[in-house]
Design a protein around this ligand. Sequence first.
Ligand code: 5AD
Ligand code: SF4
Length: 458
Amino acid sequence: MSKLYWIETWGCQMNEHDSEKMAGTLLGLGYDQATRLQDADIILLNTCAIREKAEERVYSTLSQLEHLKKARPETIIGVTGCVAQMSGEQVRERMPFVDLVIGPRASSRLPDILGKLKDHRGIVDTTLYQDSIIRGQDAIRRAPGKVKAFVTIMEGCNKTCSYCIVPTTRGREDSRPLEDILKEVESLVEQGYREIEFLGQNVNAYRDPKTHDGLDILLYRAGEFAALDRIRFTTSHPLHLSTKIIEAMSRVKAACNYLHLPVQSGSDRILRLMRRGYTARKFRDKVAEIREAIPEIALSTDVIVGFPGESEEDYQATLDLLEELRFSQLFSFVYSKRPGTSAATMMDEDEDKTKVSRLMALQAAQREIQADIHRTMLGRTVEVLIEGPSRKDPREVAGRMPQNIMVNFPGEGLRPGDLARVLLTDATPVSFRGRLIRGPLERRIPARSRNARSAFGA
Ligand code: 5AD
Ligand code: SF4
């Protein structure tokens, strides 16, 4: 019987995709996926360190695993991802039964590390390898049944935002050769994937290592795959989102009318303390440029409230910016102090209560904005890429508009990966209900994958 693995994943899309890569590596080493954690021979916790809460969750899961480790000492327990990178040896100081601590850019070394485990336990590898993203595409095990596939295009972040742990955990920027990326996209399209999401901590800074071609060229080239319906990319930085990239988004048909553009604050004083490199004015100008080029675009953003020293006035400036720019989605967080970041040394005297109530008020305002935006969209016919049965009512199907908003509707016979034309009939602040206008849409060309292996097992 082959050995079994279990991977638990927290955090962002990059982490999700890293788990797919580690799963692929383990399959290559002869492991199978366990159906229950307690059956696994190796358990990896792929962790996130962005806020203290995410980090705490890792340690509480680890304390639960201690019992399992006592009962079955041969089970390998590993911590990977951003907490592994941030805390290294300290993970084993707190939880000595942990066998492996592997940073995100050392995870490609998993086969070697597992080989060494035979002789001794307690391996810590937090080397920030430069070649960590250059690996064979066969070694990726994507979750089955998904219409969208993640593709890494760059890794690391050279920015120095004062609150952020990511440059520490993910190291310096490193881009993958453009031709390698396109080969991976081609193979994914052949497998039946309809949507690709390019990933990197700062995708706008993508540069082919030899030709220096940027994200704009990558979008044009990926847009040439006729059977690829949708291209997304994340995460963008407002300073690096060039006019060339915006132009490519507007010209490439498959590039979705959606962009996640984190603003973090509406106050120039706070933006300076955060070391974001732009003012609120500059951010507004960038948004105006995007909306001028792509009128249908939906923009989402991230905001941190309660940054050290944030005054009522600073907070109000953020609220005003949200009211003015009207994002389609907001991801908002209370500031969390991260060890080793420069903001960690700043005086932070505001009470948690104030910060939490600011967050609540911000989210309430955003719900109103979204409800409003959605109301104005009722009666429109949109294109929906079906993802699967609706969560609310399994007799219905759910899919996304290019703007990244979910639509639920009765769509008998429609399958994941089908495109449908849907009339928007009802709205909530987070999704739509709709009515099917016509069966599966004609694609630019029929799926190349008819005879090839389908991503959906058909
Ligand atoms: N505290 C709270 N939120 C943070 N983020 C990043 N670092 C912190 C922190 N220290 C938020 C930012 C970022 C998102 C992924 O997480 O808004 O864009
Ligand atoms: Fe979490 Fe950031 Fe690491 Fe992603 S890159 S796992 S969000 S800390």
